[in-house]
Design a binder for this molecule. Structure first.
Ligand code: CTP
Ligand SMILES: C[C@](O)(CO)[C@H](O)COP(=O)(O)O
Length: 233
């Protein structure tokens, strides 16, 4: 593949932000909370727009929060073009709804709306490997010791065998559409698990450590720290 092929590839991204953020325990779903005065979700859209200003952006939101998001865009003069789709009961169903709004494209990325710190390198590497191999997801080696079991009985496991998984998870469009024809299974915690269950292989790519999934209140402070660093990429 040469550079020209890469740039003529039609790319789309589905940003899933259809969750309620129950672990954050905030008044509003966490994707709308502000980091340094701007909603989390706007940073996430900006990351993909910075990577490719022509990329098709689909944003999946809780149906009852769509008017609130539209008002936020007005308040913040947020002008990055994107299509809004109503989410479903689980992340799987939200992705499915996003896929139903997809235009013709070669590669599709699925990214969590609450991962605003994805780096340009992670996005670029995942697109590039997905283009060559059909499916790519960012991962990192686990940094803490791991145990298996429960609080009463547990045993250490070999952590070198485990990776933590991030997004964007990027696939040939035909692969992802086929995989999402399957019925929902509670073991589908990400898109890679859906695609593998349909018989496809997924290539692991190194992610970036700052690409945290904002989940608990402390994650907002960590994200603000990274966002305020000069020369952030
Ligand atoms: N029905 C759902 C559930 C989750 N998501 C999205 O999937 C991403 C990862 O999910 P998670 O961090 O678990 O978000 P929530 O489900 O909102 O949080 P919680 O589990 O704490 O309720 C988030 O961007 C979230 O908005 C979604 O689009 N639709
Ligand atoms: C997709 C994901 O962010 C990869 O780490 C993760 O699986 C989402 O999980 P959650 O159950 O929605 O928190």
């Amino acid at each position: 593949m040469n550079k020209t092929d890469f740039h003529s590839t039609q790319r789309s991204v589905i940003i899933v932000a259809g969750g309620s953020g129950s672990r954050m325990k905030s008044d509003r779903p966490k994707q709308f909370l502000e980091l340094l005065g701007k909603p989390v979700l706007m940073y996430t859209l900006e990351a993909f727009n910075r990577f490719d200003s022509t990329i098709d952006l689909i944003v999946v939101l809780p149906a009852d929060q769509i008017p609130f998001w539209e008002q936020l865009c007005l308040n913040h003069d947020f002008v990055i073009r994107h299509q809004v789709v109503a989410g479903g009961d689980t992340r799987f169903h939200s992705v499915k709804n996003g896929l139903s709004a997809l235009s013709v494209c070669d590669l599709v990325a699925i990214h969590d709306g609450v991962r605003p710190l994805v780096s340009q390198t992670t996005i670029e590497n995942c697109f590039s490997i997905a283009q060559k191999q059909g499916a790519a997801i960012p991962v990192l080696p686990v940094i803490e010791s791991l145990r298996e079991g429960n609080m009463e009985e547990s045993a250490p496991v070999d952590r070198s065998r485990y990776y933590s998984v991030q997004t964007p998870q990027i696939f040939r469009t035909s692969t992802l559409l086929k995989a999402y024809e399957q019925d929902f299974n509670a073991l589908f915690t990400d898109d890679a698990s859906v695609v593998e269950s349909a018989g496809f292989r997924v290539k692991l790519v190194e992610g970036n450590r700052e690409n945290i999934k904002i989940t608990h209140p402390v994650d907002l402070r960590i994200a603000e720290f990274f966002l305020s660093r000069p020369g952030r990429k």
